[in-house]
Design a binder for this molecule. Structure first.
Ligand code: F6R
Length: 611
């Protein structure tokens, strides 16, 4: 996720771009840049770090150009650095491009362009775009046509802002699977990834749709469909106040991030699965085939929510690969004496990539000579830099302290890894891999179905928002989800909540159950469904209040449960991905009814960089 802003009009573009970028920093802030039309060539300024660093860089300069593009970056391809910061240019610096998204076939395109003598200066996927346009302009005289020909060669997602020094005052915009809006002013127009960037200047916007392109000039905006036909677009008037706009109208970042999960999962999967061939593209994590075949044991180490993802990983790895796997809490792992061998694979999971205990455990494994892998949401983070390979979760910046979209994308990374290792080792037959991949690709849509029922979940939340204690129970793959549900509730609502393996209830915790105790039971279809139902009966017999997470249409569970939070049916292996969604929403709404500070709960920090 990156932020884009563009301006063309009769005012100096620089302060408008810098102001807009500051509003988009929630989308990423590892480097920033601007390109502004000058008398003969573009003035290009880029730097590593936040928009404030860019602001400082240009503060002493007189840059008066009235058309420009700006970008704040969240690294996906290439480290945060000046060279990798946008805008990127063609060989001659006459075309500038800002991009948000992922170009899947950039390696092949880069190779082709290099063969045609194009000079690349960054490691980004984006840089192929200005070069591709430069190439197309050899045959096309008009920038829009060249852009349309270039994007026809691209596979992936993009929101693009493009300028050429041959067409001063014009910005070309294009979009596929990544948001881009056009803001309409008087003798001035804007583009942006999101409303806050331009809200100070205009409230009239056009939402660009997938496969549309637009030509934006100070006094006109023309939008075209994929065939080049003019499209008449609706103008929407935005009534949000500026702080609502940053949250895209959601009341809290946490809620926004819960609703972003289908997109985040799609981005994490993008270009990785090929169900037609039963193939998983994960070669870039740097595990060679001979090494993969020799892995004897896998360690997964993480903290908090990331640890719960790691627990699901253990179930997957042991069940689907038959490789022993130990998942541990980093702060425990680093102070015990784990038996590690050089042929073991060591994986850390971390949203921030900066959690002190997780990094300490990683360094311990490195000292013992293990190969290391990170599942991480921040490209230039310590975790990413210090491991041999990385699976990048494309969740985008997570601002709410309670982790939601990072968790589900961490799970996706673990599914990808398991499938990848399983295919290489021959542990997962092709047909089975295809079956799982097909079901994974269906997950974003199934999450959308759950999200559509959020009002019903809010109703359940309201009923129980005054309770003092909660129990969460699950078994097998969904035991970690019970832990995660309980963690979400306690951290944002301050209600005491415990997650338990359902079969463990009789060994102590059942004593807690009385008529005031809600028990959230994860009871979706699978090998332990009936056993879970028996655990629910036991809780019911002690007058416990049952809130079940169950498959839509399950009649058995509705006999025992006071409330049922429905999820669609998927493969048992994938059920954690769906089951966690209603639990996130339940916690969110309970905290909302208790008037808690949801995005910044007391005593917590987003990134725990101290032990
Ligand atoms: C809970 C939560 C924390 C983090 C934990 C690890 O909602 O956010 O438990 O999961 O602090 O953080 P990362 O993933 O950044 O290492």
């Amino acid at each position: 996720m990156c932020g884009i802003v563009g301006y063309t009009g009769n005012k100096a573009a620089l302060p408008i771009l810098i102001g807009g970028l500051k509003k988009l920093e929630y989308r990423g802030y590892d480097s920033a840049g601007i390109a502004i039309g000058g008398p003969s060539a573009f003035i290009l300024r880029r730097c590593k770090g936040k928009v404030s660093a860019l602001d400082k860089l240009v503060s002493s300069e007189k840059i008066n150009g009235k058309t420009g593009l700006g970008h704040t970056r969240w690294a996906t391809h290439g480290q945060p650095s000046e060279e990798n910061a946008h805008p990127h240019t063609d060989c001659r610096g006459r075309i500038v491009v800002v991009h948000n998204g992922i170009i899947e076939n950039y390696i092949a395109l880069r190779k082709k362009l290099k063969a045609k003598k194009h000079k690349f200066r960054s490691e980004t996927d984006t840089e192929i775009i200005p070069h591709l346009i430069e190439e197309k302009l050899k045959k096309e005289k008009n920038l829009l046509k060249a852009v349309r020909k270039a994007i026809a060669d691209i596979r992936g997602s993009y929101a693009l802002g493009i300028m050429s020094s041959d067409e001063p005052g014009t910005i070309i915009a294009a979009r596929k699977d990544t948001p881009l809006i056009i803001g309409l002013g008087k003798n001035e127009n804007f583009i942006a990834s999101d409303i806050p960037a331009i809200l100070k200047h205009t409230r009239d916007i056009i939402l660009l749709d997938d496969m549309e392109t637009a030509v934006i000039k100070p006094d006109s905006v023309a939008v075209f469909d994929s065939a080049g036909r003019t499209v008449k677009k609706k103008i929407s008037r935005i009534r949000w106040n500026p702080s609502m706009a940053e949250r895209e109208g959601y009341r809290h970042f946490m809620l926004k991030e819960i609703f972003e999960q289908p997109r985040a999962i799609q981005d994490t999967l993008r270009g990785k699965l090929n169900p037609a061939k039963g193939y998983i593209h994960l070669e870039d994590i740097g595990l060679t085939v001979p090494y993969v075949k020799k892995i004897r044991k896998i360690f997964i180490v993480a903290c908090g929510t990331a640890y719960h993802a790691g627990m699901v990983g253990k179930f997957l790895i042991e069940k689907m690969l038959g490789i022993p796997c130990e998942t541990d809490i980093a702060s425990e792992f680093r102070y015990r004496s784990p038996v590690m061998n050089k042929s073991d694979l060591f994986i850390i999971i971390s949203q921030s990539g900066e959690t002190a205990d997780t990094l300490a455990a990683l360094r311990m494994a490195k000292k013992r000579g293990l190969k290391t892998l990170s599942i991480c949401n921040v490209i230039g983070s310590s975790a990413a830099r210090e491991t041999n390979g990385m699976i990048f979760t494309h969740a985008g910046p997570e601002i709410g302290v309670a982790s939601t979209k990072a968790f589900t994308t961490q799970l996706i990374a673990l599914y990808l890894l398991t499938l990848y290792l399983g295919r290489i080792r021959g542990a997962i037959p092709r047909q089975e891999a295809v079956r799982i991949m097909t079901a994974i690709l269906n997950i974003p849509q199934q999450i959308r179905l759950i999200l559509r029922k959020s009002k019903a979940i809010a109703k359940t939340a309201r009923k129980y928002s005054k309770k003092r204690d909660f129990l969460y129970i699950g078994r097998n793959l969904n035991y970690p989800i019970a832990l995660e549900g309980a963690l979400k509730l306690k951290e944002i609502s301050y209600i005491h909540a415990e997650g338990y393996a359902a079969g463990e209830m009789k060994h102590g915790p059942i004593a807690l159950i009385d008529k005031d105790m809600p028990i959230v039971a994860i009871a979706t279809a699978g090998g332990v469904y009936e056993k879970l139902l028996s655990n629910v009966q036991e809780a019911r017999a002690r007058n416990g209040i049952i809130i079940a997470v169950a498959n839509t249409g399950d009649k058995n569970i509705s006999k025992s449960a006071s409330d049922v939070l429905c999820v669609p049916v998927t493969l048992e292996e994938l059920s954690p991905l769906l089951n966690v969604i209603p639990l996130q929403l339940l916690s969110y709404y309970i905290a909302l009814y208790r008037r808690c500070d949801i995005d910044q709960p007391r005593n917590l920090a987003k990134s725990v960089v101290v032990e």
